[in-house]
Design a protein around this ligand. Structure first.
Ligand code: ANZ
Ligand code: ZN
Length: 872
C-alpha cells in the first residue's frame, strides 16, 4: 500500500506517457459522435511559455476533457503563430537565422506544454511558418485576388526611414517609430489590401447574434466597424476654382446646418492639392499635416490648425450666408468625402478650431430647461439632446425631425439635375493593409511583369518559398536585396519578371489556422466537408487584447473563404471567452532594480510581510501587484512550478483563485495551498483504499443517515461542478470540490466504516465521483487515485458520471411569508412539515411577531410548497 506523499513529478510523466502511447487524445474526423471544437489562441513562439499560457491552456483543457467525458468527439489542437518581427530582431541582434530561432523556440515550448498534461491532439500540430501552411495561405490569397477580395492600391502609410519599413498606427509613438525612434513620414506606397469593407454591414449585423461572446468584445467590434448614417451634401463654391464648382461633405448632423461656421477640407483633398500647387504656403501647411500620425487618437489630441484658402461656399439652406473654406489638420481624407461643414457649438473639434481662428459660434440645439436668449457654449461643445433653435424652418423640431427635414429639402433641390444631398451610410472600418516589407512572413504570390503588369503566380508554381540564404546586415526588406530570389518568369508571357517582395501581415496567418486544424495535412487549404463539420469553434479562449483585430480578421477570413469555396460557415467562433491576466507582486532592491520572486524569500511576522534577497540578505521592498512582465521581473516560470509542485498544482491554482474572466494574482502561498490540497486528496484516497479497494459491498437497500448525507453531498457537488464547467465558472467548481473533500474526510474513520456497510458503499461512490470531477482539472492526480483504488481503465477516457436526481431533492423548503399581501420574509421548514408545524413556525417568525404586535392573526393560509399568507 502506498503511504508516502504523492510524487507529482514521477506520476505526471508516467501518466503523460500512458496517454501518449494510447493516443487517447487523437481526434478522428470520421468519428460518428457529435463534434465539439475547443481552441485556445495559439501561442507565438517567443521562447518560453509564461503563466498566461498556463492559465489559458488549462481552461481549454478542462473544457476539452469534460466534453470528451460527456461523449463528444473533441477537437483540441495546438500550433504556433510563428512568423513575425521578433524572429528577425533576434537574427539582427544574435546572428541566428529566424527559422532556426523560431523552430528552436517551438521545440522548447512544446516540451513545456507537454509537461502540463494537456489533452491535445499533437498529430495536428503545425506552425504558420511551415511551408506546408503558408503554401495553402498563398492559394487562398490567389483565390481572394481572383474575386477582388485581395487587391493593390496606393495608400498613405507610416514610413520609418531608419528601419525602411511601413509601420502600423500602433507602432508609431509620438510621431516616432517604436523601434528606431526615427520621425515617421507619411508616404504614398502601393500596398496589398484585403477587402474587409465589403463585409462591413454583415460583420456588424452578425455580431448581434454571437450571444456567447462577451458583450464588451461585441461592443468593441461594433465601434471599430463604426457605422454612421448621415447625409452627403454638395456645397456650391462662390467662384469656380481649379475646375471645382462645389465641395461635397459628409455629415451625421444635418440638423445643425444653421450653426455652420466654416467649411473644412482634408490636407489630402483633391482641391487642396490643386490649390497647393500654386500656393507655397499652403504646400508647406499640407506637408506639416502629413508629418502627423494618421491614427484617430493622434488626430484627436493634436492641436487643431488650419489654413484659409480664400475660397467660400454658399449655405445650402440660405443663399445669403457664405462660409469660408479652410484646410484643417483634423480632417481625414479616407473618411466620408474628406470635407466637412463645421458647427462649433456642437462639435468639440470644430469649436477648438473656431476659438483659435475667431470664427462664429452659433448654438442651434437648445438643451432642455435652457433659455434660448441666454444659452451659449464656452469651451465645451454641446453634443446632447435638445430642441432646434436659431434655425429658421427647423425651429422647435427635435434633432431627429430636423435631420429628416433637412434631408428631404435638399434631396428635392436639384443642382445640374442631381439632388443636392443624398442619404449615406459610412463605416469607420478600412480595408486591411497586409503588405509588410519583411522577410519572416508569408510571401505574397504575385509577379510584376513589365508587359503584363501585376499578375498572379500560377497555383502549380506554389509554394513561393522563402529563401534560406538571407542577411540582415542592412535595414529594410532582405527579400528586396536578395541577389536572385525575386527573379522569375512571368506566368502570363514567359518573359523575365520580378516577384512581389512584400510578405503578409502575421495577422493573416492567424486568421484561418482554426480552419486548417480540421484537416491539417490536406493539399488544399481546407477539406470542405470537414471544415464545415467542425466549424464554428464551439469554445474559443484567449486574451482580451485580441478583441478587435484578430477576431475581426478571422470573421472576415471565414466570409472570404466562403466566397472562394473553402468553407460555408461564416462565423468562425460560436463561443468566445476572454480570460483575465496573471499578476504578481513586484520586488525592488535598495538600488531600485527589479528583483524576481525566485531571488527572494518572504517572511511573514504576524501578518507583516517583509522580504530579503536569497543570496545577499539585502532587504527587498515589496511593491504593487502587476501584470507579470519581463521588464518588472515579476514573472514566475511555469517550468519551475511544475518541477517543484507538479503540473496539477499549477493547473488547480490557476482555476481556483479568481473567476476566469478576471485577473488572478499568482502567489507562492496560493501555489503551496493548492499543492497541500492535492496531497490531502491523495491521503484521503490512500486512507479510503483500505476500505473500498476491490471488495465493495453490494448496493444496500437502506442507507444510514450519514451514508445518505454523503451521497447527497456528492451528487449535489457533481451537479454543481457540471453546471459550472458548462458556464466556464471553474473557480466555483473548485470551491465545490474543496467542500466535498471535507465531507468525505469526515467519514473516512475506521470505526464508522467498520460499523456501517452502507457508508462504505457511499464512500466508494463519493470517491469515484470526486476523482471523475477532479479529472479535467487535475488529470494526473486523478489517474493516480483511480488506479490506486483499482478502478478499470483510465479516468481520462471514462464517461462523465450521471447525477442521481433522487439525491438532489431538498430536505428543507423555504417558504415566503406574505403579510396582508406583501412579502415580509421567509421561513425554512422540513420538506415534509405538516400544516400545523408550518403555522407554528410562521407565528414564531420575526416579521409576523412584529406585525401582530401581541394580537392574534385573522387568518393564516398555507399554500403547500409555495407560500404562506398571514392576514392581521
Ligand atoms: C457637421 C457636424 C455638426 C458634425 C455637429 C458633427 C457635429 P461619425 O459619427 O464618426 O461618423 N466628419 C465627417 N467626415 C470627416 C472626416 N473625413 N474627417 C474628420 N471629421 C469628419 O462622425 C461624423 C462627423 O464627423 C460628421 O458630422 C462631420 O462633422 C465629421 F454638430 O458634420 B459633422
Ligand atoms: Zn508578362
Amino acid at each position: 500500500m502506498a503511504t508516502e506523499r504523492y510524487n507529482a513529478r514521477e506520476a505526471e510523466i508516467r501518466w503523460q506517457q500512458t496517454w501518449d502511447s494510447k493516443k487517447i487524445f487523437r481526434t478522428e474526423n470520421e468519428d460518428p459522435r457529435p463534434k465539439y471544437y475547443v481552441l485556445e489562441m495559439f501561442p507565438y513562439p517567443s521562447g518560453r511559455i509564461h503563466m498566461g499560457h498556463v492559465r489559458n491552456y488549462t481552461m481549454g483543457d478542462v473544457v476539452a476533457r469534460y466534453k470528451r467525458a460527456k461523449g463528444f468527439n473533441v477537437l483540441h489542437p495546438m500550433g504556433w503563430d510563428a512568423f513575425g518581427m521578433p524572429a528577425e530582431n533576434a537574427a539582427m541582434q544574435n546572428k541566428i537565422h529566424p527559422k532556426d530561432w523560431t523552430y528552436e523556440n517551438i521545440a522548447t515550448m512544446r516540451a513545456q506544454l507537454q509537461l502540463m498534461g494537456l489533452s491535445l491532439d499533437w498529430d495536428r500540430e503545425f506552425a504558420t511558418c511551415d511551408v506546408d501552411y503558408y503554401h495553402r495561405q498563398q492559394m487562398l490569397f490567389l483565390d481572394f485576388a481572383e474575386k477582388g477580395l485581395a487587391y493593390r492600391k496606393n495608400a498613405k502609410v507610416n514610413w520609418d526611414p531608419v528601419d525602411h519599413t511601413v509601420l502600423a498606427n500602433e507602432q508609431v509613438i509620438d510621431g516616432k517609430g517604436w523601434r528606431s525612434g526615427a520621425e515617421v513620414e507619411q508616404r504614398e506606397l502601393t500596398q496589398w489590401f484585403f477587402k474587409i469593407t465589403d463585409f462591413a454591414e454583415d460583420l456588424l449585423e452578425e455580431i448581434q447574434h454571437l450571444d456567447r461572446w462577451p458583450d464588451k468584445v461585441r461592443l468593441m467590434q461594433q465601434n471599430w466597424i463604426g457605422k454612421s448614417e448621415g447625409l452627403q451634401i454638395r456645397f456650391q463654391l462662390t467662384e469656380e476654382s481649379h475646375g471645382h464648382s462645389e465641395i461635397e461633405i459628409f455629415t451625421t448632423r444635418p440638423d445643425t446646418l444653421f450653426g455652420a461656421s466654416f467649411m473644412g477640407l482634408s490636407a489630402d483633398h483633391p482641391l487642396t492639392k490643386e490649390l497647393a500647387k500654386d500656393n507655397p504656403e499652403l504646400q508647406a501647411f499640407v506637408e506639416l499635416c502629413q508629418k502627423m500620425g494618421t491614427s484617430a487618437a493622434e488626430l484627436e489630441t493634436a492641436e487643431k490648425v488650419g489654413f484659409d484658402t480664400g475660397l467660400a461656399v454658399v449655405h445650402p439652406l440660405d443663399p445669403a450666408i457664405t462660409l469660408k473654406v479652410y484646410v484643417a489638420n483634423f480632417i481625414l481624407m479616407d473618411y466620408g468625402t474628406g470635407a466637412i461643414f463645421a458647427c462649433p457649438a456642437h462639435d468639440q473639434r470644430d469649436l477648438d478650431f473656431a476659438r483659435k481662428y475667431d470664427l462664429n459660434v452659433t448654438p442651434v440645439v437648445l438643451p432642455k430647461g435652457e433659455d434660448p436668449k441666454s444659452f451659449d457654449v464656452a469651451d465645451e461643445a454641446y453634443t446632447g439632446e435638445g430642441t432646434i433653435f436659431n434655425s429658421e424652418f427647423l425651429d422647435g423640431m427635435s434633432i431627429a425631425d430636423a435631420k429628416n427635414a433637412v434631408a428631404e429639402k435638399l434631396e428635392a433641390n436639384l443642382i445640374d439635375g442631381k439632388p443636392q444631398a443624398e442619404r449615406k451610410v459610412q463605416y469607420r472600418l478600412r480595408d486591411w493593409g497586409i503588405s509588410r516589407q519583411r522577410y519572416w512572413g508569408c510571401p505574397i504570390p504575385m509577379i510584376h511583369c513589365e508587359d503584363c503588369g501585376v499578375v498572379p503566380e500560377k497555383k502549380e508554381n506554389l509554394p513561393i518559398k522563402l529563401p534560406d540564404d538571407i542577411n540582415f546586415d542592412k535595414p529594410g526588406n532582405p527579400l528586396d536585396r536578395h541577389p536572385t530570389w525575386r527573379n522569375c518568369t512571368c506566368p502570363n508571357c514567359g518573359k523575365p519578371a520580378r516577384r512581389e517582395t512584400d510578405t503578409m501581415d502575421t495577422f493573416v496567418d492567424s486568421s484561418w489556422y482554426f480552419a486548417r486544424f480540421t484537416a491539417p495535412r490536406q493539399d488544399t487549404p481546407t477539406d470542405t466537408k470537414m471544415v464545415d463539420e467542425w466549424l464554428p469553434v464551439d469554445q474559443y479562449i484567449g486574451g482580451i487584447e485580441h478583441a478587435i483585430l484578430h477576431l475581426l480578421y478571422s470573421r472576415f477570413f471565414a466570409r472570404a473563404m466562403k466566397e472562394t469555396g473553402h468553407m460555408t460557415v461564416k462565423e468562425p467562433f460560436k463561443g468566445l471567452f476572454t480570460q483575465g491576466m496573471v499578476n504578481h507582486e513586484t520586488y525592488k532592491g535598495k538600488d531600485g532594480r527589479w528583483v524576481s520572486p525566485a531571488e527572494i524569500t518572504i517572511q511573514d511576522a504576524d501578518g507583516k510581510r517583509s522580504a530579503t534577497h536569497n543570496e545577499t540578505g539585502e532587504p527587498i521592498t515589496i511593491g504593487s501587484v502587476e501584470k507579470m512582465s519581463k521588464s518588472k521581473k515579476n514573472t514566475v516560470d511555469p517550468t519551475d512550478i511544475i518541477e517543484t509542485f507538479g503540473a496539477d498544482t499549477a493547473r488547480w491554482f490557476m482555476l481556483s483563485d479568481s473567476p476566469p474572466e478576471r485577473d488572478v494574482i499568482w502567489t507562492e502561498a496560493g501555489a503551496e495551498g493548492s499543492h497541500r490540497f492535492i496531497q490531502r486528496i491523495w491521503r484521503l484516497v490512500v486512507d479510503s483504499a483500505e476500505f473500498i479497494g476491490s471488495n465493495i459491498p453490494a448496493k444496500p437497500e437502506r442507507f444510514s443517515d450519514e451514508a445518505l448525507s454523503l451521497r447527497k453531498a456528492s451528487h449535489k457537488t457533481l451537479a454543481a461542478v457540471e453546471s459550472n464547467i458548462e458556464q466556464l465558472g471553474f473557480n466555483r467548481s473548485v470551491a465545490q470540490i474543496y467542500q466535498l473533500v471535507n465531507n468525505i474526510a469526515a467519514v473516512v474513520k475506521k470505526d464508522k466504516l467498520d460499523a456501517d456497510p452502507s457508508l462504505v458503499w457511499a464512500l466508494n461512490e463519493s470517491m469515484e465521483l470526486l476523482i471523475m470531477m477532479a479529472a479535467p482539472m487535475m488529470p494526473h492526480l486523478a489517474e493516480e487515485c483511480w488506479s490506486l483504488l483499482g478502478k478499470d481503465g483510465l479516468v481520462s477516457t471514462h464517461a462523465w458520471p450521471q447525477t442521481d436526481k433522487a439525491m438532489l431533492v431538498e430536505d428543507e423548503l423555504t417558504l415566503p411569508i406574505q403579510i396582508n399581501g406583501k412579502k415580509r420574509g421567509e421561513i425554512t421548514v422540513a420538506a415534509d412539515a405538516d400544516q400545523a408545524t408550518i403555522e407554528q413556525a410562521v407565528l414564531e417568525s420575526d416579521p409576523v411577531i412584529k406585525a401582530l404586535d401581541g394580537n392574534q392573526p385573522r387568518k393564516i393560509i398555507v399554500v403547500p410548497k409555495r407560500i404562506v399568507n398571514v392576514v392581521v
